[in-house]
Design a protein around this ligand. Structure first.
Ligand code: HEM
Length: 126
């Protein structure tokens, strides 16, 4: 038997779609970062986030834009990046994603900070 991918272990593509749907609803209605998504098509965003997550969970290619291209115009700050991370962790816990997959997923996200934010810092300065 070939080893199961992380995507298979967390319940497959349908389960991932449910998780991302809840996550993106949370992100786009969040008091701190929701405003950034005012002019963004939520269904398209969900589909691309699913494609992106599936790609790092061992379930096929990412079909969206390079992350740097998609995020530059939004001028995202470190604190906003951290907020998305908090919402992601909360959602992964609620969906009972196995701990090792959850930790890999969060680490994968943290490693992308420089692609997404314009200040690149983890903390407030001063
Ligand atoms: C590592 C963390 C992140 C990942 C993996 C990620 C992933 C994605 C993906 C896959 C897309 C779709 C790209 C496309 O349209 O082809 C997207 C778009 C977007 N993301 Fe992120 N994102 C991250 C962090 C953030 C943060 C921190 C914010 C804001 C707080 C944010 C705001 C947005 C917005 C506003 C769009 C829509 C872009 C547009 O159509 O203009 N993202 N993101």
């Amino acid at each position: 038997m070939p080893e199961e991918s992380d995507l298979e272990r967390l319940g497959g593509r349908t389960r991932l779609e449910e998780l991302i749907s809840v996550f993106i609803d949370r992100v786009t209605s969040d008091p701190m970062i929701g405003f950034l998504f005012r002019n963004v098509n939520k269904d398209v965003l969900k589909a691309r986030e699913v494609s992106f997550a599936a790609s790092h969970l061992g379930g096929g290619p990412y079909e969206g834009r390079p992350l740097r291209d998609a995020h530059t115009r939004h001028r995202i700050m470190g604190g906003q990046f951290n907020r998305r991370l908090v919402l992601l962790e909360k959602t992964l816990r609620e969906f009972n994603v196995p701990e090792d997959i959850r930790e890999r997923w969060l680490e994968h996200t943290r490693a992308l900070r420089a692609e997404i934010t314009r200040d690149g810092s983890d903390e407030c300065v001063g």
